[in-house]
Design a protein around this ligand. Sequence first.
Ligand SMILES: [Mg+2]
Length: 231
Amino acid sequence: MKFDVILWDMDGTLLDFKIAQKEAITQVFRTIHKPLTDDIIDLYSRINESYWKKLELGEVTRPELLTGRFRRLFEELGMNDVDVQSVRKEYEEVLGNVYEYIQDSLGLCKMLQPKCRQYIVTNGIADTQRRKIKLSGFRDCMTDCFISEEVGYEKPNKNYFDYVFSKIPDFDPERTLIVGDSLTSDIKGGALAGIKTCYFNPERKEITGDYKPDYEIEHLWDVLRILDFML
Ligand SMILES: [Mg+2]
């Protein structure tokens, strides 16, 4: 095969993050006895994304993200009496327990297991992500998993990738591919770190920004074509 190490992003690439997020936010609103609408889910989603972008850019810290996103949501909704800390705890709990595969991603990783070493590279909370990796079955087909909270840096920071590379035996950048759905963390990070990048773009979004992916796929299994995988 053309590559023998694959770095997989998890949320939005192997697992459907939107479904897990919706489930978690639904549970939170059930607990605080407030009605939840699709508009509120969209609002939360936008706030959450903006906080993760700020974290990628180093504009907020991780603790600021974890509580700030909820403080901001409830401020915008005029619900100032909500206990943000307990909301945060419950949300993270549900997020680690709910998962939905994207395009039989688990089957794909299992098939690739004898052919190459696979690693999960994810920005997120260690406890939540570890639980999800275990429950979803990915732990058994991955050589290792690197969660930004444990690494101490987020994708696309080069320090994140330097750490990951230092943990991969016989690491060869020429034979390493990162696959992910984010141009700002996976593709930019991979490009800065000097490895080949594959943009998973099922919604065929326009490619913007300074870092263009080496490959683009609409379906996850198209990665087999890039790897020159032979059955
Ligand atoms: Mg992602």
